[in-house]
Design a protein around this ligand. Structure first.
Ligand code: BGC
Ligand code: MG
Length: 540
């Protein structure tokens, strides 16, 4: 147990940190059942450490019926047997700490599984002690749902329960009922579940859907969005046709964030809140991360979409700083919920491996924390799966317009061997993409120009230069195709220039840089000339 804050620990370690996300089902299987597990993760921590990252975030490994692959928790204090035991988790933490890696776990407290004992009790009657722990409501007079709220995974956000003869609310699957945070006891209970892990020695929590904790007490309907563009998320998923002003991001959440922070502060541990809030994301992130008394950082979807141009970075990074000058955002280009960025941004015209190198140099030059998703350091593309291979209920529901999240969740490839790339000796739960085998970690080790080594280089640069890790950022140029910004700290200045176009361009700001100042470059040559899709990072 380590309830005391270790005296030697730098409490600001998380500022500018690099976090590595591990999707446990797909990282490394240790027992041949085709599903990754905790012992598998422990056995691969040396690889993670070799990247130079500061922390790992492990997606949920708690007891769960796995309807949403662990994002539906049935018991917060137990490891699902498929992933191992609490003792395996203790061993994982011990090894991570020996390697000086911080461990962040995924707290999914906005909802539980319908198999959780809290929900079983809550649904058993209208007057049991946990009757109000979830969001229950009577039917409208005509029998339909209490309001127009929709579930992200399809259909209405309301499910009829025949014991209580009432509806309960769910933002995702019907088997993921939403906890009622307006109830004090619920807040206490979820904070207690979190304490269990803080006591066990984790260094932080990632808070799943952190702006979904509260919904409107009066259950008012959301207003419709007037304009829905063709071929967008909103045209495929009706969830996008509303302004989500009443079913999430409620003001009461700010007070709960302060409460949660006070618990974390007792342990010196940190929080990463996932915020997805459509047009209001930057404002919500700012509200949650300002003042030093709420979340340490928010993890955002802002760079997880299709847009990939200079304007995106100016708007999002610049926009966050304007809204929250004292806050530290966390940026990511890929995760377990979206198409891998090498595929998602292929429209930029860059060859895939080049895009992977360009992107990590850009991501790791940004102000804020950065989060990498397992496999991106190998330059993995989105795996193409057929309908029969799909596991993700979201993809199954919205096929074929939206193919779901399995294509970014296929197993890691450790070696080029024919058997599942070293991921398992059994049958992997999702097929290993044959095209991924050539990109296996082992094959990239020796190649200086490999994507893997580009990741190591970009992260090392960030570590070696406090101006990159924690400095101010000033945008100098942002045309349709060119992005130039400066990072500065205590007089150390670093210029970062990226050419998104297939034609070379001259960057005036780089002209005076001596050769010796160049820290990272897509190709050698005159300092001011950026080749096609080129980049340069230089001390000035
Ligand atoms: C997670 C998803 C999950 C959802 C519901 C998220 O945003 O990242 O994987 O399906 O929350 O828990
Ligand atoms: Mg296994």
């Amino acid at each position: 147990m380590n309830s005391a804050i270790p005296p030697e620990k730098d409490s600001d370690w998380w500022i500018g940190a690099v976090i590595y996300q591990i999707y446990p089902r797909s990282f490394q299987d240790s027992n041949g059942d085709g599903i990754g597990d905790l012992n598998g993760i422990t056995s691969r921590l040396a690889h993670v450490k070799s990247l130079g990252v500061d922390a790992i975030w492990i997606s949920p490994f708690f007891q769960s019926p796995m309807a949403d692959f662990g994002y539906d928790v049935a018991n917060y204090r137990a490891v699902d047997p498929m992933f191992g035991t609490l003792a395996d988790f203790d061993a994982l933490i011990a090894e991570a700490h020996r390697l000086d890696l911080n461990v962040i776990i995924d707290m999914v407290i906005s909802h539980t599984s319908d198999q959780h004992k809290w929900f079983r009790q809550s649904r058993s009657s209208r007057d049991n002690p946990k009757a109000d722990w979830y969001v229950w409501a009577d039917a409208a007079p005509d029998g339909t749902a209490p309001n127009n709220w929709l579930a992200i995974f399809g259909g209405p956000a309301w499910e009829w329960d025949t014991t209580r003869c009432q509806y309960y609310m769910h933002n995702f699957l019907a088997s993921q009922p939403d906890l009622n945070f307006h109830h004090e006891d619920v807040q206490e209970a979820v904070l207690d579940e979190m304490r269990f892990w803080l006591e066990r020695g984790v260094d932080g929590v990632r808070l799943d859907t952190a702006n979904y904790y509260f919904c409107d007490r009066q259950l008012r309907s959301n207003p419709p969005r007037e304009q829905v563009e063709q071929n967008t998320f909103s045209s495929v998923n009706p969830y996008g046709r509303q302004y989500h002003v009443h079913d999430k991001s409620q003001p009461q959440n700010i007070v709960f964030m302060q409460r949660l922070r006070a618990v974390l502060d007792e342990y010196g541990d940190i929080s990463v809140g996932e915020v997805g809030d459509e047009d209001r994301s930057l404002a919500t992130m700012a509200a949650y991360s300002s003042g030093g008394d709420k979340l340490h950082m928010c993890y955002t979807f802002e760079m997880l979409g299709r847009q990939f141009d200079p304007a995106l970075f100016v708007e999002k990074v610049g926009g966050f700083i304007a809204a929250c000058p004292d806050g530290w955002p966390c940026w990511a280009f890929s995760n377990h919920d979206v198409e891998r960025h090498v595929t998602r941004w292929s429209g930029a015209g860059m060859p895939p491996d080049h895009l992977a190198r360009f992107a990590i140099n850009l991501l790791s030059a940004l102000r804020g924390q950065i989060c990498l998703y397992n496999g991106e350091e190998l330059g993995l593309t989105e795996a193409a799966l057929c309908f029969e291979d799909l596991q993700d209920p979201y993809g199954i529901r919205f096929w074929p317009k939206f193919k779901g999240r399995d294509g970014c969740r296929t197993p890691m490839v450790w070696d080029s061997g024919e058997h599942a790339g070293g991921f398992t000796t059994g049958k992997p739960w999702l097929p290993v993409s044959p095209s991924h085998l050539a990109q296996a970690a082992e094959a990239q080790e020796a190649d200086e120009r490999s994507v893997l080594n580009a990741y190591r280089g970009a992260i090392r640069l960030r570590k070696d230069h406090p101006a990159i890790a924690r400095g101010a950022i000033t945008f100098i140029e942002a045309s349709d195709t060119v992005l130039v910004f400066e990072r500065e700290l205590s007089g150390q200045r670093i210029l970062c220039a990226f050419n998104f176009a297939e034609t070379a361009c001259e960057i005036d700001a780089l002209a005076a840089v001596p050769d010796a100042g160049i820290l990272s470059s897509s190709a050698a040559g005159s300092p001011a000339l950026l080749g096609p899709f080129g980049w340069r990072i230089a001390a000035v």
